[in-house]
Design a protein around this ligand. Sequence first.
Ligand code: SF4
Length: 245
Amino acid sequence: MTTGYVSQIFSTLQGEGPFVGERQIFIRLAGCPWRCRYCDTPESLSAEGKPLMSADDVLDAARRLNTERPHPTVSITGGEPLMQADFLATLLPGLRAMGLKVYLETSGTHPALLRRVADLCDVVAMDFKLPSAIGRSLWAEHEEFLTIAGPKAFVKVVLTADSTAEEFEQAVNLLASRDPAPTLVLQPVTPIAALDERLGNRAPNGHPKLTPPSPHHLLDWLEMSRQRLPDVRLIPQMHPLWGLP
Ligand code: SF4
């Protein structure tokens, strides 16, 4: 497929994970099947009303940004960009031909779609979606996804005051079973109203904001995961502090 629904194309600093502070071109695709409570891109959940762009038009926009200022990396984000995997298969070779490393930001839940483009990605920044955040268990999908992504993957877990010790331990168990175990990034949620409140699906419940775990829980989980895994980082979202998108 040579066209895709695109929300935004812009240049900014990566605000999450091990690449924090790196300047990247962001290509934000529209559409996502999930509704994570902490989602901070609600405008990209649906493709409705978003421009349908050709791969050539997206490449032209990326080339313009890269001419104004050289970028090492292009972030392919969303929404869930893998929902348009055929479009990515057309687009990504052109981005790499510009000398850009491809950094895929994904929910880590659609292994069959990753398989179509895994060879075209340099870094796979995947989430583990905890059941408390998404309303169901996705461990089998995450495990298969990790297998396909291989050493390109690191895993981010967004933690809230509603995250439980049991689900966090399940995430660590899954990572500890991999050889080598991927880097794990613990990201305490940036305080934000739950998604369904922001989308107007329910009235405010008197606890309008998702909040991070208590320092006690966070430190406990950090220590526990560091005993089981070789590389665990605690990195909050930085771009809201910098006032960047
Ligand atoms: S997978 Fe990402 S884009 Fe989709 S709802 Fe969750 S946080 Fe938002």
